[in-house]
Each structure stands twice: as C-alpha cells, then as structure tokens.
Design a protein around this ligand. Sequence first.
Ligand SMILES: [Zn+2]
Ligand SMILES: [Zn+2]
Length: 189
Amino acid sequence: MDSLSEQALLDELHALIRFLYRPALAAKILTAFGESLAAKSDAGDRLAILRHWLDFYQAHKYRKLMRRRRATDAERMSPCSACGYPVSQRHHLWDIATHGENPVTVQLCPNCHELHHLLYNALARDSAYSRKLVRHMLDSGKVAPATLEAIIGWLRAILAYEAENGWLEPYRLTAEWFAAQIGWPAAQP
Ligand SMILES: [Zn+2]
Ligand SMILES: [Zn+2]
C-alpha cells in the first residue's frame, strides 16, 4: 500500500469526523488520532487502523442521518399548513429511510398528518386498510375541501418525484387511480 491511499483514507476520516462533531471536539479527536497514527511505524498497521475507524465513523454517520430531528417549540406551535389548527407536527415529504433527516417537511396537525399518511399508503401502496379509512374520513364530510386539496397537492408532488426517480409506477399518478383508490374528486351528480 502506498502513502497516497493512506492519505486518501485519512482525508475521508477527517471529513467524517468534521461532519459528526462540533469543531472543537473534532479538532481534539483529529489531534489524538494523528498522534496515535504517528506512533505506528508500520504502514500496514496504520492502514488497518484507518480502515477500522472509517467503518466505525461511517456507521455513526449513517445512524445520525437516519435519526429524525426533534421538532422545535416554534415548529410545534406553528399552525397546520392544511387546515390551520394551531399546533402541528413535522411531516417528512422526503422519507427518512430514503433521504435521512432532511428539510423537505411540512407542518401538519395530528388529523391532517394521519390523513396524509393514509392517502399516501392508499395511492403509493396497495393498502386496503388505508383506502377504507380514507373513504370513511372523506365520506364523513368533516374534512374541509380546501384542507383535502392542500394535502392532495403535496401528495401529487411527492408521488411525481418518486415516479420520476423510478421508485413508483407512473399509473399511480393518474386521475383514474386517484378516483379508484380514494374516490377523489367525487363524481359530479
Ligand atoms: Zn390540519
Ligand atoms: Zn409524517
């Protein structure tokens, strides 16, 4: 192994540590790391150590990205973007499993949040359970048309994005599919 690959691994490790920790702590870790590496005279030993810690910090980075950030008080106290109810939750339009914690979120009250997830599962998955609940909610007449319109708008955008990336079959975006799955928009008499 040449010193070039050792430098490349070291650069990667430095970048990971800077991503994971605040500057002061990252500097401490990097100094300690540099000292322990310098103490090893064998290049093979140094590479083995580098690889070990790269694996360790990569797993750490992955866990950090998967962890959802806790909503701030200001976020909790911002009104539902769909219906205006005074408290809300962060809904990730880009799901955490695919994208990690990310800023593509919308604030929804618990009811609208549940409706959004049920609609998504009825349209993007073939969940008969979600379809049944959605229809029950919509048939109740308790969901304001403007609220439903807003939620459907985000859904359309996210379904289109997922279809563009090849994660979703395009037919799931069609009006026919919406009508068949969720009975929306209601047929005119
Ligand atoms: Zn709401
Ligand atoms: Zn959600």
